[in-house]
Unconditional design. Structure first.
Length: 411
């Protein structure tokens, strides 16, 4: 029973592994096809219906690639559909969100200093909010704005800024940035599932029935695919942000997230232009560097909560259970002696400006709230404290394990 925490952590690790692998496949395919599409060249001897071709070399062989603007006259017997990368990335990401931010909601999702919400209310907001972006974005694409792609992208950016601010009014900084990434990734996957793939199936069905496919379906798919291309890099940043408190542990995290979307546009604009013309606009790198300098400056703002404020803050029900368990006092003293020099609101370890991963272990409430992480990081495993920084006595680790197991046995 006590090892369920270990099993659960391995489940989370496995789902995260799957999520990263499929995301790599999806992003790689997206970047490849955007680069391929922009690099296509005209040739005198191209077959009818081919809009461009490209020769590539890889793995010791040569590849001759041709693009049909609508579709070939005859449907090939073997046709590869690029869809599962997107679907599995989203499904695995949704599962990971549930594991980390729903099951572990009292620790990672809710911030009682921002909003007085129960866990179930936070979960409803978490899950329900992911659909809002897709519905608004899809409605805009289907309106006359679909013919004005630049204005459409600007309005999408406004929606992302509003959602970034909104998430940060409710959730922890870590959860807010992660949810903004999930919000954007939902739009991207929905583009594939509801627009790109259905339109492609219409084209295939027309070909099989002997009808001439309408070029508008390819145009719609191209618009959505281009949007996905520009959103990819910010989503990757947001998914990685929970490992870096400089990104989420500041009152200006919502502005940092918003500016990251602009860097995604500048970086992709450079590479997309380079693939199309052979040379990208170098001004984009200057803008990107300035944006990152602004982001770094915003990240230097320290947390507003002091030790005294944290100590006065009421514990959650889960933290109260761990604080009342046998062995808590000994465990608390162990943590203070081995962990709090780094995991403090103002770390005293030389050269450290922020608590690792934004985890504070100073007050009794801090320690009780993070009991599960302490159990895994410093009790069951020897991941913390870092062995080259501090050698933790085995008896001290046993004190932590005994405390957490006593709390779970009594629950």
């Amino acid at each position: 029973m006590y090892d369920f925490a270990v099993i659960w952590d391995w489940i989370a690790f496995s789902v995260r592994w799957l999520h990263v692998i499929t995301a790599m496949a999806w992003i790689g395919a997206s970047f490849f096809f955007i680069a391929l599409d922009l690099g296509l060249k005209k040739a005198a001897d191209m077959p009818q219906g081919v809009s461009g071709e490209e020769w590539q070399v890889h793995g010791g062989g040569f590849y001759h690639i041709q693009k049909y603007m609508v579709a070939p006259d005859n449907m090939p017997a073997h046709l590869i559909w690029h869809k599962w990368q997107s679907y599995i990335t989203w499904v695995s990401g949704a599962a990971l969100l549930m594991i980390v931010y729903w099951v572990g909601g009292e620790l990672f999702l809710l911030d009682p200093t921002k909003a007085d919400l129960t866990l179930w209310q936070g979960i409803v907001i978490s899950g329900g909010s992911l659909t809002i972006g897709w519905l608004a974005y899809d409605a805009m694409c289907k309106s006359r704005l679909g013919e004005r792609p630049t204005l459409l992208m600007l309005l999408l950016f406004v929606i992302l800024v509003v959602m970034s601010w909104g998430y940060n009014q409710i959730f922890t900084g870590r959860a807010a940035l992660l949810h903004l990434g999930a919000f954007t990734a939902t739009i991207m996957t929905a583009n594939v599932f509801f627009q790109i793939m259905p339109n492609q199936r219409i084209v295939v069905a027309d070909l099989k029935a002997g009808r001439t496919p309408d070029a508008k379906y390819g145009k719609i798919a191209k618009l959505r695919s281009t949007h996905n291309n520009y959103l990819t890099l910010p989503v990757v940043f947001l998914m990685l942000s929970n490992h870096y408190p400089l990104a989420f542990g500041t009152p200006y995290a919502w502005i940092i997230a918003s500016l990251i979307f602009l860097t995604g546009v500048t970086i992709r604009h450079y590479f997309n232009t380079m693939h199309a013309t052979g040379s990208g606009p170098h001004w984009t790198w200057g803008v990107t560097v300035m944006l990152m300098i602004l982001i770094a400056w915003l990240s230097s703002v320290r947390p507003t909560e002091t030790y005294e404020q944290a100590e006065a803050r009421p514990m959650t029900a889960q933290a109260q259970r761990y604080a009342a368990a046998d062995g808590f006092d000994a465990a608390y003293n162990t943590v203070i002696g081995n962990c709090s020099m780094c995991h403090a609101r103002e770390p005293v370890w030389a050269g450290m400006q922020w608590a690792p991963n934004g985890v504070y272990l100073e007050t009794p409430g801090d320690v009780a709230q993070h009991a599960g992480q302490i159990y895994l990081q410093a009790g069951i495993s020897h991941a913390m404290p870092p062995p080259n920084a501090l050698q933790m006595d085995p008896a001290a680790r046993e004190t932590l394990v005994a405390w957490v197991r006593a709390a779970r046995a009594g629950s």
